[in-house]
Design a protein around this ligand. Sequence first.
Ligand code: NAP
Length: 250
Amino acid sequence: MQTSSPSAARGAALITGSSRGIGAAIAKALAAEGYSVCINYIEQKEKAYRLVEELRESGATAIACQADVADPAAVEAMVSHAREELGRITLLVNNAGIAEQIQFQDITPEKWNRMFSVNLGGCFNTIHCVLPSMLSAHDGCIINISSIWGSHGASCEVAYSSTKHAIIGLTRSLAAELAPSGIRVNCVAPGVIDTDMVQVLGKDTLDMLAQEIPLRRLGRPEEIADTVVHLSKATYTTGQVFGVDGGFII
Ligand code: NAP
């Protein structure tokens, strides 16, 4: 029965960009922790609904919702739908993101703006929508997914790296502002994680990268999810950035 399930105790988690990759692993881990979860996607409807099915079969409460996180109206509609179906969102994970390997002089204003609208604007849009209910409850947890390129420079990823630096700034400043309201804001900075996003680099480059990583392998999406679960419970931790990168940045 839904009312006696652990989901009722934990509340609802919205994970943006959770139809696949790191977001899907986070959604699975949070569902296993007893959250009811809202899976967000932009294009891959089939993958999102397959994940919902899988989670429901395991006894979790899950819904899927299409929304471009860069679109404030779409995010508002998604958050209201999630609230109607799952109740108050107590945990928000801003994971949706896009990346592109491109030299700086080839970045058009449109590409630059889209990168910022999705990676940074997406965080703004979701936080704006979930914050009022977190403030009223004097309780809430926000986890933003940045990158190792959010604290170090990345050749041919200037736009991506700039958005990921900004996400760390957003995390720290918002954490300072919201701590007195009982809301924690933290950040995870993954290294090279084996998902669709990095396949564009090709096998040879990925193998080479793996050899440069002190732990000598790429990360698994589940290893990012483990840190998100930890942060969801870390009640005295806010404004922090957690590197999960196999020692890439020490
Ligand atoms: P991925 O495999 O490319 O998956 C991206 C996810 O984001 C998909 O669920 C996709 O939905 C969704 N998405 C993309 N644009 C969206 C939008 N405008 N609105 C809503 N959803 C959108 O990426 P990933 O590797 O799992 O990365 C997840 C996060 O981790 C990103 O923020 C990324 O920057 C960060 N990260 C990844 C790595 C890495 O090595 N993989 C390293 C550091 C940081 P659809 O399935 O519908 O397309």
